[in-house]
Write a protein that binds this ligand. Sequence first.
Ligand SMILES: CC(C)(COP(=O)(O)OP(=O)(O)OC[C@H]1O[C@@H](n2cnc3c(N)ncnc32)[C@H](O)[C@@H]1OP(=O)(O)O)[C@@H](O)C(=O)NCCC(=O)NCCS
Length: 151
Amino acid sequence: MLDDPDNLRFTRVPEPVPPGFARAWLEIYEEERRAGTREGFAIVGDDGEFLGLALAPKIDRETRTAELGYVIAPEARGRGVATDALGRLTVWAFEELEMIRLELLISVDNGASKKVAERCGYVREGVLRSAYFKQGRREDTEIWSRLATDP
Ligand SMILES: CC(C)(COP(=O)(O)OP(=O)(O)OC[C@H]1O[C@@H](n2cnc3c(N)ncnc32)[C@H](O)[C@@H]1OP(=O)(O)O)[C@@H](O)C(=O)NCCC(=O)NCCS
Protein backbone atom coordinates (compact mmCIF):
# COMPACT_ATOMS: atom_id res chain seq x y z
CA MET A 1 0.00 0.00 0.00
CA LEU A 2 2.86 2.40 0.79
CA ASP A 3 4.46 1.89 -2.65
CA ASP A 4 1.33 2.70 -4.60
CA PRO A 5 1.54 6.02 -6.51
CA ASP A 6 -2.18 6.82 -6.05
CA ASN A 7 -1.94 6.31 -2.30
CA LEU A 8 1.04 8.65 -2.14
CA ARG A 9 -0.65 11.16 -4.42
CA PHE A 10 -4.05 11.26 -2.73
CA THR A 11 -3.53 10.40 0.96
CA ARG A 12 -1.62 12.10 3.75
CA VAL A 13 1.04 9.38 3.84
CA PRO A 14 4.29 11.39 4.02
CA GLU A 15 6.58 11.39 0.99
CA PRO A 16 9.11 9.91 0.98
CA VAL A 17 7.67 7.35 3.38
CA PRO A 18 9.90 7.48 6.49
CA PRO A 19 11.37 4.23 7.87
CA GLY A 20 8.99 2.60 10.37
CA PHE A 21 6.01 4.62 9.14
CA ALA A 22 3.57 1.67 9.05
CA ARG A 23 4.23 0.83 12.70
CA ALA A 24 4.03 4.50 13.78
CA TRP A 25 0.75 4.90 11.85
CA LEU A 26 -0.75 1.85 13.58
CA GLU A 27 0.34 3.13 16.98
CA ILE A 28 -1.38 6.49 16.40
CA TYR A 29 -4.58 4.67 15.45
CA GLU A 30 -4.35 2.40 18.50
CA GLU A 31 -3.77 5.36 20.82
CA GLU A 32 -6.53 7.52 19.38
CA ARG A 33 -8.92 4.60 19.23
CA ARG A 34 -8.56 4.37 23.01
CA ALA A 35 -9.20 8.13 23.24
CA GLY A 36 -12.22 7.78 20.95
CA THR A 37 -10.86 10.31 18.45
CA ARG A 38 -10.00 7.95 15.55
CA GLU A 39 -11.01 4.57 14.23
CA GLY A 40 -9.72 2.29 11.51
CA PHE A 41 -11.13 -0.91 9.98
CA ALA A 42 -9.58 -3.43 7.63
CA ILE A 43 -11.74 -4.19 4.60
CA VAL A 44 -11.66 -7.96 4.15
CA GLY A 45 -13.16 -10.04 1.32
CA ASP A 46 -15.37 -13.10 1.79
CA ASP A 47 -12.33 -15.38 1.55
CA GLY A 48 -10.35 -13.31 4.05
CA GLU A 49 -8.21 -11.40 1.59
CA PHE A 50 -7.15 -7.88 2.58
CA LEU A 51 -8.87 -5.32 0.34
CA GLY A 52 -8.13 -2.00 2.00
CA LEU A 53 -8.82 0.37 4.88
CA ALA A 54 -11.95 2.22 5.97
CA LEU A 55 -10.97 5.05 8.27
CA ALA A 56 -12.29 7.73 10.56
CA PRO A 57 -9.17 9.90 10.96
CA LYS A 58 -11.01 12.50 13.06
CA ILE A 59 -13.89 11.92 15.43
CA ASP A 60 -15.16 14.88 17.43
CA ARG A 61 -17.79 13.65 19.85
CA GLU A 62 -18.55 17.12 21.21
CA THR A 63 -19.53 18.61 17.84
CA ARG A 64 -20.69 15.20 16.56
CA THR A 65 -18.60 15.62 13.42
CA ALA A 66 -16.27 13.04 11.88
CA GLU A 67 -13.94 12.90 8.90
CA LEU A 68 -13.99 9.61 7.01
CA GLY A 69 -11.59 8.12 4.46
CA TYR A 70 -10.79 4.99 2.44
CA VAL A 71 -7.84 3.39 0.73
CA ILE A 72 -8.23 0.33 -1.47
CA ALA A 73 -5.41 -2.09 -2.29
CA PRO A 74 -4.40 -1.51 -5.95
CA GLU A 75 -5.37 -5.05 -7.04
CA ALA A 76 -8.87 -4.69 -5.48
CA ARG A 77 -9.83 -1.40 -7.19
CA GLY A 78 -12.53 -0.87 -9.77
CA ARG A 79 -15.06 -3.37 -8.45
CA GLY A 80 -17.05 -1.35 -5.97
CA VAL A 81 -15.04 -2.08 -2.81
CA ALA A 82 -14.66 1.58 -1.81
CA THR A 83 -18.35 2.30 -2.44
CA ASP A 84 -19.36 -0.66 -0.29
CA ALA A 85 -16.87 0.28 2.44
CA LEU A 86 -17.88 3.95 2.60
CA GLY A 87 -21.54 2.92 2.70
CA ARG A 88 -20.88 0.72 5.73
CA LEU A 89 -18.61 3.28 7.39
CA THR A 90 -21.30 5.93 6.98
CA VAL A 91 -23.98 3.76 8.61
CA TRP A 92 -21.55 2.95 11.45
CA ALA A 93 -20.71 6.64 12.02
CA PHE A 94 -24.36 7.68 12.17
CA GLU A 95 -25.70 4.71 14.12
CA GLU A 96 -22.88 3.75 16.47
CA LEU A 97 -21.01 7.03 16.87
CA GLU A 98 -24.19 9.09 16.62
CA MET A 99 -22.48 11.68 14.44
CA ILE A 100 -24.54 14.43 12.83
CA ARG A 101 -22.09 15.54 10.14
CA LEU A 102 -19.63 13.40 8.17
CA GLU A 103 -16.92 14.97 6.01
CA LEU A 104 -14.70 13.76 3.20
CA LEU A 105 -11.70 15.76 1.95
CA ILE A 106 -10.94 14.85 -1.66
CA SER A 107 -8.38 16.27 -4.09
CA VAL A 108 -10.00 18.00 -7.07
CA ASP A 109 -7.99 15.55 -9.22
CA ASN A 110 -9.29 12.38 -7.53
CA GLY A 111 -12.13 11.43 -9.89
CA ALA A 112 -12.55 7.90 -8.55
CA SER A 113 -12.93 9.07 -4.93
CA LYS A 114 -15.46 11.74 -5.91
CA LYS A 115 -17.53 9.11 -7.66
CA VAL A 116 -17.47 6.96 -4.52
CA ALA A 117 -18.57 9.95 -2.40
CA GLU A 118 -21.43 10.81 -4.72
CA ARG A 119 -22.67 7.22 -4.88
CA CYS A 120 -22.77 7.09 -1.07
CA GLY A 121 -24.99 10.13 -0.84
CA TYR A 122 -22.36 12.75 0.01
CA VAL A 123 -22.82 16.30 -1.26
CA ARG A 124 -19.99 18.43 -2.64
CA GLU A 125 -19.95 21.66 -0.65
CA GLY A 126 -17.07 23.46 -2.34
CA VAL A 127 -13.33 23.71 -2.80
CA LEU A 128 -10.82 24.60 -0.11
CA ARG A 129 -8.32 26.43 -2.30
CA SER A 130 -4.63 25.68 -1.83
CA ALA A 131 -5.36 23.86 1.42
CA TYR A 132 -2.32 22.50 3.26
CA PHE A 133 -2.07 18.81 2.37
CA LYS A 134 1.29 17.46 3.46
CA GLN A 135 4.96 18.44 3.62
CA GLY A 136 5.57 21.15 1.05
CA ARG A 137 2.31 20.42 -0.74
CA ARG A 138 -0.84 22.46 -0.95
CA GLU A 139 -3.80 21.23 -2.89
CA ASP A 140 -7.19 22.38 -4.09
CA THR A 141 -9.34 20.09 -1.96
CA GLU A 142 -13.05 19.45 -2.27
CA ILE A 143 -15.08 19.12 0.89
CA TRP A 144 -18.01 16.71 0.73
CA SER A 145 -20.46 16.02 3.52
CA ARG A 146 -23.37 13.87 4.49
CA LEU A 147 -25.71 14.78 7.33
CA ALA A 148 -27.71 12.45 9.53
CA THR A 149 -30.81 14.29 8.32
CA ASP A 150 -30.01 13.80 4.60
CA PRO A 151 -32.40 11.49 2.74
C1 LIG B 1 -10.29 6.13 -4.83
C2 LIG B 1 -10.36 4.64 -4.46
C3 LIG B 1 -10.59 4.54 -2.96
C4 LIG B 1 -11.54 4.02 -5.23
O1 LIG B 1 -11.65 2.65 -4.83
P1 LIG B 1 -12.46 1.56 -5.73
O2 LIG B 1 -12.75 0.39 -4.87
O3 LIG B 1 -11.74 1.36 -6.99
O4 LIG B 1 -13.81 2.40 -6.01
P2 LIG B 1 -15.18 1.84 -6.63
O5 LIG B 1 -14.87 0.65 -7.49
O6 LIG B 1 -16.16 1.66 -5.51
O7 LIG B 1 -15.67 3.07 -7.52
C5 LIG B 1 -14.78 3.81 -8.29
C6 LIG B 1 -15.52 4.42 -9.48
O8 LIG B 1 -14.77 5.53 -9.98
C7 LIG B 1 -14.53 5.34 -11.37
N1 LIG B 1 -13.28 6.02 -11.69
C8 LIG B 1 -12.03 5.52 -11.66
N2 LIG B 1 -11.15 6.49 -12.01
C9 LIG B 1 -11.89 7.60 -12.27
C10 LIG B 1 -11.57 8.91 -12.68
N3 LIG B 1 -10.31 9.28 -12.86
N4 LIG B 1 -12.57 9.80 -12.83
C11 LIG B 1 -13.87 9.45 -12.62
N5 LIG B 1 -14.24 8.21 -12.23
C12 LIG B 1 -13.26 7.31 -12.05
C13 LIG B 1 -14.51 3.85 -11.56
O9 LIG B 1 -14.73 3.51 -12.92
C14 LIG B 1 -15.65 3.44 -10.64
O10 LIG B 1 -16.90 3.70 -11.25
P3 LIG B 1 -17.75 2.53 -12.00
O11 LIG B 1 -18.06 1.51 -10.95
O12 LIG B 1 -18.94 3.25 -12.52
O13 LIG B 1 -16.85 2.01 -13.08
C15 LIG B 1 -9.07 3.89 -4.86
O14 LIG B 1 -8.76 4.18 -6.21
C16 LIG B 1 -7.86 4.24 -3.99
O15 LIG B 1 -7.61 3.60 -2.98
N6 LIG B 1 -7.10 5.28 -4.40
C17 LIG B 1 -5.93 5.71 -3.66
C18 LIG B 1 -6.28 6.27 -2.28
C19 LIG B 1 -7.35 7.34 -2.36
O16 LIG B 1 -7.41 8.13 -3.29
N7 LIG B 1 -8.21 7.36 -1.33
C20 LIG B 1 -9.26 8.36 -1.23
C21 LIG B 1 -8.70 9.62 -0.67
S1 LIG B 1 -9.95 10.91 -0.62
